[in-house]
Write a protein that binds this ligand. Sequence first.
Ligand code: A2P
Length: 295
Amino acid sequence: MTNDLTLNNGLHIPSIGFGVFQSAPEETAAAVETALAAGYRHIDTAAGYGNEREVGDGIRRTGIDRNDIVIETKVWVSDYGYDETRHAFDKSATKLGVEQIDLLILHQPMPQHFDRTIQAYRALERLLADGQVRAIGVSNFLPHHLAALREQTEVVPAINQVELHPYYTQPAVQRANADLGILTQAWSPIGGITFYPGWGEDRRSVLDDETVGRIAAAHGKSPAQVMLRWHLQRGRSVIPKSTNAQRIAQNIDVFDFVLSPDELIAIDALDRGVRGGPDPDEVDPSTWDLIIPEP
Ligand code: A2P
């Protein structure tokens, strides 16, 4: 198995990308630099994370050819609408310091304003046709959002980035993605959402899971590495986040062992069917309050 996946429009991306959600701007450039030095060639950020500029800085500091790096970012909901989303591209590209964005996706559906979600996606289609982006997609779309999108737009999303870790595997979303030829990309792939401080009480970290721990011990790998390998063997893209150099390196060092079919099934069976993040159908209208600043 290699660190490579092909999207439905032929674009190749590394299966392991580097995540920077909740990475403070002052830590982000250094983390991106460390990740690229460790071998990552795909960075996932978002306008809503407030660290696109630092992602661009980190990339430039390494001197690695920009064309060798897949940059993925997301349009925030307050920029949905045709003209607004085209302008969102300009804002993100300027902050990142690039002419072209490799993968531009909608951060989440706005079920109460699906018309604006559709207009935003049509703007992505236009950006794709104009060559300003190389692939387009969505995030946090449930099967009925995908179905509604497909009815009203032309281009099948290349990816759907959703919460996915052993405690929340979203089989219906994975099936819908697969049926449409959409790559499932896992956010919080090692279950960070199960232990982020301030995201709820009484939650067990999947990093401490007994089954994952047993499998990790059997392979001489860490629980995080076992989870990442499980995603890859299931055909998913992952974007683990870390600001720690050792863990950044560890999370891409997953190509020297193979999980058995029984081990994959044992990890699949850990699903509790309870999401850690917000329900995409019950988006808190306060998400509209975040305005993405001009560069
Ligand atoms: P840190 O940045 O201090 O490494 P996810 O991407 O699934 O949301 O997980 C991110 C969380 O997991 C962060 O809190 C990150 O903290 C931590 N983390 C990242 N890699 C590892 C690892 N290999 N082992 C343990 N924790 C990790």
